[in-house]
Design a protein around this ligand. Structure first.
Ligand code: NAD
Length: 491
């Protein structure tokens, strides 16, 4: 894997691009590598190659078992190359090396899980209500998949799309974000080494307005799997009006973390800190809205402040670093603006609210906690995608639930309590795709993941994800030798 020569991977070849752009190291703010900018014509070549591979050639005739073996081999290669991929992801996105190493090593399990599932969907034999008929249901690959991922956790977010799509027999064009594309372009080399036939997986990067638009509206694309922000998702839905592709959307969140007075507060404080400051808050499931029972509010905020101020901020490649920079300058500009507005609007700064002292280069921002008295400020309503936690006190369980659900998002949530019945009541009442009780940020290939409301459409992960990349074909066979009777009566 080269660290400097990044190329798009189209139809089994690493191609030199006509146009390029610089990728910036967020820890220094300086360009560090040149990336290929795919054009609409590159997208067309990739989609056409994927369509050919779907219809004819070795992938089209491969058994599901053989597909599964390729996926398992890819998972093994990801694990074997995790350190190298992690270094690239850290360099290109600023995500700390501790996190990228651990996350990418786990990505291998996603490919292995879907590799194992590839030959388990047996279809169905229908006990049909007609004596002279037999009906079987064949699960077939839905077609060419356009997979789109943002820059955060991109190897992971690609695996939850590529794994089930390839297990189902689809072919894929993966459009990588123009921010931090290096690790997925390097991952293309592992796809090649694993032995996927040409055209089965195409990986390219470029900008949303041409490359992203073309891949999601291309007439040969049958399925779009998108992860990104809600505003882009609306564009994608308009793009898919062209090809009517079946679309799933994994979007943002404003996830509540509810801490009751009966919780183990030390443990809850660690989880809240991890929930919002891990990945510098650039996580779709970031627990960015703390709701804390009033009787323990001051004590709990004191604990959080101490822990936030003790976080070691610095070089993301240093294994001792606990929080790195934001991935882009525009990210930090937006966070600074929303924090300033929220403080001017009445929010009380508990800690942070500025660039960390001593970090003159790079896109750093200190862990920030803002206490609020209602949920109207921008820091409570908008997804910041940064290390900013709002904190609001509640009096009763009913009020906690009502505040938790007072959002247009519904991706994740956390509840901290030692009362089992209360935990179950909250799990039932919260409008979100994930409820973590006395834990936060746990994920697994075995478990479905996705949002309510503005957080998205559809689920990734788990057994059902593979079905989301198939469509069923019903095959009717008449078993009678008698001539077909009266044609004007439906049978
Ligand atoms: P983004 O929506 O700006 O970009 C995502 C991708 O869409 C990029 O590849 C971009 O080039 C492309 N794109 C942009 N405009 C397009 C257009 N008009 N047509 C087609 N493609 C276009 O997202 P981002 O800012 O890079 O990522 C952050 C967002 O992703 C946050 O909202 C975060 O919550 C969300 N996210 C969600 C999950 C999840 O699983 N739910 C996981 C991670 C991130």
């Amino acid at each position: 894997m080269s660290t400097t020569d990044f190329r798009n991977y189209i139809d089994g070849s690493f191609v030199v691009a006509d146009a390029t752009f610089d990728s910036v190291d967020p820890s220094t703010g300086a360009p560090w590598a040149t990336m290929p900018a795919a054009t609409a014509a590159d997208v067309d070549r990739a989609v056409e190659a994927a369509h050919r591979a779907l219809r004819s050639g070795p992938w089209a005739s491969m058994t599901a078992t053989a597909r599964g073996k390729l996926l398992v081999r890819l998972g093994d290669l990801v694990v074997a190359n995790a350190a190298r991929l992690a270094e690239l992801e850290t360099r290109d996105t600023g995500k700390i090396i501790r996190e990228t190493r651990a996350q990418i090593a786990y990505v291998g399990d996603y490919y292995r899980y879907y590799g194992g599932l590839a030959d388990k969907d047996e279809g169905a034999f229908v006990p049909i209500d007609k004596a002279d008929m037999e009906v079987t249901i064949r699960p077939e690959p839905i077609g060419v998949v356009a997979a789109m991922v943002p820059w955060n956790s991109q190897l992971f977010l690609s695996a939850v799309k590529l794994g089930p799509a390839l297990a189902a027999g689809c072919t894929v064009v993966l459009k990588v974000s123009e921010d931090g594309p290096a690790p997925l372009l390097a991952f293309a080399e592992l796809v090649h080494e694993a032995g996927f036939p040409s055209g089965t997986v195409n990986i390219l990067t470029g900008f949303g307005h041409d490359c992203g638009h073309r891949v999601t509206s291309h007439p040969l694309v049958a399925r779009v799997a998108f992860t990104g922000g809600p505003a882009t998702a609306r564009q994608i839905v308009m793009n898919t009006a062209q090809n009517l592709a079946y679309t799933t959307l994994e979007l943002g969140g404003k996830s509540p973390v509810i801490v009751f007075a009966d919780a183990d507060l030390e443990s809850a404080a660690n989880a809240v800190v991890a929930g919002i400051f891990a990945a510098t808050g650039q996580s779709c499931v970031a627990g960015s809205r703390l709701l804390v029972e009033r009787s323990v509010k001051d004590e709990f905020l004191g604990q959080l402040k101490r822990k936030a101020e003790a976080i070691s901020i610095g070089d993301p490649q240093d294994p001792a670093t606990e929080m790195g920079p934001l991935a882009t300058l525009r990210q930090r500009d937006r966070i600074e603006k929303i924090v300033a507005e929220s403080l001017a609007g009445g929010g009380r700064l508990v800690t942070g609210g500025a660039r960390p002292q001593g970090q003159t280069a790079g896109f750093y921002y200190a862990p920030t906690i803002i206490e609020v008295s209602d949920q109207n400020l921008a820091c409570v309503r908008e997804e910041l995608f940064g290390p900013v936690l709002s904190a609001l006190a509640f009096e009763t369980e009913a009020q906690a639930l009502s505040l938790a659900n007072d959002t247009s998002f519904g991706l994740a949530s956390g509840v901290f309590t030692t009362n089992l019945a209360k935990a179950h009541r909250m799990a039932r009442g919260i409008h979100a795709g994930v409820v973590w009780i006395n834990t936060y940020r746990a994920v697994s290939p075995l478990v479905p993941f996705g949002g309510y409301g503005q957080s998205g459409l559809g689920r990734e992960g788990g057994l059902d994800a593979i079905r989301d990349y198939t469509r069923s074909k019903s095959v009717w066979i008449r078993t009678s030798d008698d001539p077909i009777p009266d044609p004007f009566v439906m049978r």
